[in-house]
Design a protein around this ligand. Sequence first.
Ligand SMILES: [Ca+2]
Ligand SMILES: [Ca+2]
Ligand SMILES: [Ca+2]
Ligand SMILES: [Ca+2]
Length: 465
Amino acid sequence: MRLGSLALGSSLALTACFSPPESPFTPDVTSDGTSTGEITGLASTSTGDPPDPDTTPDLDTTMTPAESSSSSTSDDSTSTGDTTDGTTGTTDGTTGTTMGSGDDADGDGIADDVDNCPDVGNPGQGDADGDDVGDFCDVELIDTTEVLYVPPGVTYPMSGSHCYTGEIQIHGTVDVVPYSGVPDSGTLQLSSEAAIFVAAGGQIDGIGAGYPGGVAAPSNGGFQGQGPSPGCGGGPGSCVANGGSGGGYGGAGGTPDPATPYANPCTLCSQATEAHCYGPGGGVIGTENGTDLSLGSGGGAGGNSCGCNDSGADGGRGGGQVSLVANDAVRIDGGVLVDGSIPSTDDSLCGYRPGGGGGSGGGLLIAAELVQGELTATLSARGADGGQALGDVSSTWGWAGGGGGGGRIKVYAPTYEFTGTYEVAGGTGGTHPADSDSYGGLAGQEGSALAVATIPAALDTVSCM
Ligand SMILES: [Ca+2]
Ligand SMILES: [Ca+2]
Ligand SMILES: [Ca+2]
Ligand SMILES: [Ca+2]
């Protein structure tokens, strides 16, 4: 779904807790006369009205997309991995006192011939490694107290809380370290006293970084997933085992399809003993508009079929938890993804091979005076699809897992110029063999996506001290 054109009959709740934007920019709003403060169709058209100097970030000098690869001497020291199509630096019309002589392509006040990063606005000329190539043009990863710069093609694992006095620029990939029980795992909080930029082709990847799904139990039904709102394991078979249910967060997780005449509710959510039974998906937790945020919960595992041990399908992992908070601006042209992960398929050679439940979407929070993003941008906290049931070896009698519920996305921005996509759908149910005794899973429910113009006090000012 798109927030950029909020015609929203859907679940995007942009009401109530809301003050009208104080922005000097005139939003491109088509009023229907009924809404009072929804961030509706805020396009990025600025009128050029003078900004409030205290609150309006100067993106002309701070957020010009880097043209990293072309403006530094390339060597082979970059990490291997996906390459990104470097975005083209843009020229703006900022004028002012210029150091050096000649053109100033990026308008940062430093003439091209002496600018250490001539196509990226960097008036501070930061150069952490002292090689005369500016930080935002360099080929190496830079992670100091001042700057985080992830160059194109570089993947950088991170978790926990990190605060920078200067800019954060992500042109490659920041991989959220999955939850493992270690403190801060699965969670990433990036804060900047200035601005955060995720370039087109860059991403923060928290897919499946939340709580693990349940694992197949030694016998009986599968284990439930982990987390505050896990999916239940599916019951054992006599002989057909049931699938697991999806994890929940912003939306509830789906169950295996209860339409089969054999299915019945389980009395235990984990390692149930009643044949063919199924347990509920994880329920809805958290708030739609508070500052709370959670990891996504895992789906439940499918059960053991009769005559099988340690079979059944694991549940999928929930999505991770990412927050991006900056004093001036957050601009996302690439992706910030905290989707749940799809369960692996049970391909053991025993029994009726059910599907596990999908993990729920995770949590994503963004807060800054200005939030921007191009059409290419994606903010996603989708629930994962339920696991596929392969059925028995002749592809009959397979019962699949339920989809994970969608997660939660919360954006707090007095000035809202994001035109990309929000995705908080629940996962679809797992697929199943074509015969009439096989059943899929039910879809998880949609999560929540919120964009409001008031920054909660707790997020209002980033200070790394
Ligand atoms: Ca310049
Ligand atoms: Ca520059
Ligand atoms: Ca350098
Ligand atoms: Ca360097």
